[in-house]
Design a protein around this ligand. Structure first.
Ligand SMILES: *Cc1c(COP(=O)(O)O)cnc(C)c1O
Length: 360
C-alpha cells in the first residue's frame, strides 16, 4: 500500500493506527452489526463514544471542571459569528489582534454585531510576526479579547499567551490545538475546526468557561447559542457522529503516545529539523521572524527565482504531497501536524537539499 507524506494544511494527515482501527471497526462496531456511520446518535454505543471523546480531551488538555466541552459543526468560520453572538453582549465592544487572514475574517464577522477594535496588528509588515500584546493595549470595557494562536497561512504563532487580566481571552486554536501543552485556564473560550489536528472535517470543538454561556440575546438562533449545546451534551440535534468517533480514536492515540508533553517534544523536533535547514540553505528561506515561527505550519520561499512550481511538482513525484503555499501568499508551506511522522520531515529536508544542489 502506497501512502504519501501529506503536508496539507487541512484536511490533513491522520495517524495511520487511527485509520487502521477505523477500518477494522468500519463494518461492525463493537459487535453491534453496524457501522458507526449507521448508528443512532441517541444509542448507548454512540453516547459512549461522545462521552469518551469528551473525557479524553479533558484529560489531554487538563481542562478544568468549570469549562464545558462542546462538539459542533460549522467550522471555525461559524465561530467567527457565534463568538460575538454569545459574548459581544455587554458593552458590545471587543479587542482583536490582527495576525493574518483568519484573524481578519474573525474581525469582519464580529463587526456585524458590535465594535471590533484592532489593538495590535502585523498587517503592514505582511503578517511576518506576532505583535507584542500587553495589558496597556487592552480596553477595560472590552467584552473579550480575540487572538489566533497559530496562523495557518502565514506560519506564525504566539510563543506566550498574552495576559488579559480579567477580560475573557478568546482563541482560534484551529491549527495548533493539541500540538503542545496549553494552560486552558488562561482562556475564556477556545475554538477549533477539527480537520487540522483533531480528526476529519465536519466537527468543531469549543471549550468554554461556564460563566460565558447563556449570555446570548433572545434573537440568537438556537443552533448558534452555546447554551443549546451545553445543556444537551452536544446532542440537541444530530452531531457529526463519525467525525466525533474519529476524534475519539485520535485522542486515544495521543494519550497512548504520552499526551501533550510528548507530542510537543516531537513537534518541536520536527519543526527544528526544517527550520535548521532553512537557516543553512542558500536557496530556501523562511519569511517569518524567528521569534514568531509556528511549529505546525512552516512556509518557505525561493527568493528571486521562478522555481516554486517545479519544486512542488518534483516533490509530489517524490511522494511529498501538497507543499504549495496558500494562494494568498504564494511560495511553499509544509504543515507538520501531530500525525506527520518525523520520517516525513526528514524526507522533505533530504529532497530540498538535493533540489538545492541541482538548482544552486
Ligand atoms: C482552517 C482555519 C480556519 C477555518 O476553518 P473552517 O473549519 O474551514 O471554517 C479558521 N482559523 C484557522 C486558524 C484555521 O487554521
Amino acid at each position: 500500500m502506497k501512502r504519501v507524506y501529506n503536508f496539507s494544511a487541512g484536511p490533513s494527515m491522520l495517524p495511520l493506527p487511527v485509520l487502521e482501527k477505523a477500518q477494522k471497526e468500519f463494518l461492525n462496531y463493537a459487535d453491534s452489526g453496524m457501522s458507526v456511520l449507521e448508528m443512532s446518535h441517541r444509542s448507548g454505543l454512540f453516547t459512549d463514544i461522545i462521552s469518551q471523546a469528551e473525557h479524553l480531551l479533558r484529560e489531554l488538555m487538563k481542562i478544568p471542571d468549570s469549562y464545558k466541552v462542546l462538539f459542533m459543526q460549522g467550522g471555525a468560520s461559524q465561530q467567527f459569528a457565534m463568538v460575538p453572538l454569545n459574548l459581544l453582549v455587554n458593552n458590545k465592544k471587543a479587542d482583536f489582534v490582527n495576525t493574518g487572514s483568519w484573524s481578519k475574517k474573525a474581525i469582519s464577522e464580529a463587526k456585524k454585531y458590535g465594535e471590533a477594535r484592532v489593538i495590535a496588528s502585523s498587517e503592514e509588515e505582511g503578517f511576518t510576526f506576532i505583535p507584542q500584546v500587553d495589558m496597556s493595549l487592552i480596553h477595560s470595557d472590552a467584552d473579550y479579547v480575540h487572538i489566533t494562536t497559530n496562523n495557518t497561512i502565514e506560519g506564525t504563532a504566539y510563543s506566550e499567551i498574552p495576559d488579559t487580566g480579567g477580560i475573557p481571552l478568546v482563541a482560534d486554536m484551529s491549527s495548533n490545538i493539541l500540538s503542545e501543552v496549553v494552560d486552558v485556564s488562561k482562556f475564556g473560550l477556545i475554538y477549533a475546526g477539527a480537520q487540522k489536528n483533531i480528526g476529519p472535517a465536519g466537527l468543531t470543538v469549543v471549550i468554554v468557561r461556564e460563566d460565558l454561556i447563556g449570555r446570548a440575546q433572545e434573537t440568537c438562533p438556537t443552533m448558534l447559542d452555546y447554551k443549546t449545546f451545553s445543556t444537551t451534551n452536544s446532542l440537541y440535534n444530530t452531531p457529526p457522529t463519525f467525525s466525533i468517533y474519529m476524534a475519539k480514536l485520535v485522542f486515544e492515540w495521543l494519550q497512548k503516545l504520552g499526551g501533550l508533553p510528548e507530542i510537543e517534544r516531537q513537534n518541536r523536533e520536527k519543526a527544528d529539523l526544517l527550520y535548521t535547514f532553512l537557516e543553512e540553505s542558500e536557496l530556501f528561506s523562511s519569511p517569518v521572524r524567528p521569534d514568531s515561527r509556528s511549529i505546525m505550519n512552516i512556509p518557505f520561499i525561493i527568493p528571486g527565482r521562478e522555481l516554486d512550481a517545479l519544486f512542488v511538482k518534483e516533490a509530489k513525484a517524490a511522494g511529498l504531497e501538497t507543499l504549495k503555499g496558500h494562494r494568498s501568499v504564494g511560495g511553499m508551506r509544509a504543515s507538520l501536524y501531530n500525525a506527520m511522522p518525523i520520517e516525513g520531515v526528514r524526507a522533505l529536508v533530504e529532497f530540498m537539499k538535493e533540489f538545492e544542489v541541482r538548482h544552486r
